[in-house]
Design a protein around this ligand. Sequence first.
Ligand code: ATP
Length: 502
Amino acid sequence: EDNLFKNVISHAKEYGFIFPSSEIYDGLSAVYDYGQNGAELKNNIKEYWWKFMTLLHDNIVGIDSAIFMHPTIWKASGHVDAFNDPMVDNKDSKKRYRADVLVEDAVAKLQDKIDKEVEKAAKRFENFDSAMFISTNARVVEYQKKIDEANERLKSAMNDGDMAAMKQLIEDLEVTCPVSGTRNWTEVRQFNLMFSTEMGSVAEDANKIYLRPETAQGIFVNFLNVQKTGRMKIPFGIAQIGKAFRNEIVARQFIFRMREFEQMEMQFFVKPGEEMKWYEYWKDKRMKWHKTLGLGDNNYRFHDHLNLAHYANAACDIQFNFPMGFKELEGIHSRTDFDLKSHEKFSGKKLQYFDTEANQNYIPYVVETSVGLDRMFLSVLASSYQEEKLEDGSDRVVLRIPASLAPNKVAILPLTKKDGLPEKAMEIMNELKFDLRCFYEEKDAIGKRYRRQDAIGTPYCITIDHQTLQDNTVTIRDRDTMKQERISVDVLRAKLMDACSI
Ligand code: ATP
């Protein structure tokens, strides 16, 4: 698994998908650049999301708000006071960790122990009843008790911001450092994840402002602008794609956890009391949307939140089976009226909606869906990367990226550089290039060119040969099956559009 992940990362670099930021200066931690193929794939993912949200729902519109916002917004949202992660250092290894993640890992280990006991017992007894076993087996009961207690203590330490209690929990669970195996921890400290800078050119004018840690607040503060100018009726949604910045304590897993990343968020405004209905609605919709991509239904699952954020009354994640296991891809939160109410209070402006049907004013409740664009990119890249052994004994690396998301839709390949084949190939390309991203190449043997296209995930290769000049047909090769067929140039465009459009 680890090796596979390493191969995916080096493939992403070798084929122009993702480069470490500032590489010639030895990189910048947890910041990455998207290369020529990565930028195309990323744009296609954005379009796939944006179209689903704004074209398929006539009550959702999109906006593009600024990264810089009035600093009081982050007071009102709770980010200045509460957007903290608990940080702890191991004195021996000198490595830094997120304390809550260490606790969660320790709990996961206890859960593993239970699972192993259950598995062993299931082999031993016929008619094995696991629920009965878990509630009666002394050792398992003991583990379960520890898990429940740890979860409870984690929740209250986080809610109260009680870092001494956090430290005590780490000690009681005998959490060892993943690197050195020691238990020599420093105090736990709160660490705010927001980046700040100054706005204004002279020091005296300087005003501390933040780089937004989520795009959602840009939607909340524009809620009435959009509602009024768009004559929106509740329930309605506002969608946005944009950069967010978090000074993550531990940022190690490639583009999974970055300090500068992009979010695709949609805030859905509903009548108070109806939020649970819409929360369930969006859970279902979002899961189905992910699955239609075809990366494998088993790669997705829901994960309910135990510790609810300060603004939520229900929350879950859609997790994806990443190379390092199931992890959060998208968050779905019922955010109540927390944000709008708080902005009313801090701004002194009314943020109420007049419901003509109910003939009343109210602050709407909000259901949020929030996907990390880069995480979705990683889910597509990692699950489509395949190393294959072919029948003839050779190897190939292929990216089985869904055709609608692939950077290039078709490669146009004249078999040779002479006899007018390049000219004919260009003629075909000129007909296709306005609708489909084409890639033209005439160098190297055709087999080698096919492999290069496999490696960047191009779903189709078109080869122009001598027969093309006679009967206006080409061979079209399918990336996944490697099968080739001869088709008329006249039907090419329709066939490709059908297979590749979003
Ligand atoms: P995590 O628990 O992994 O830190 P989170 O619960 O803080 O994530 P949210 O605040 O719900 O994340 O953000 C919504 C989405 O934004 C996440 O589902 C994730 O896809 C993405 N995201 C959050 N933080 C990062 C990051 N540092 N790098 C890349 N994507 C991120």
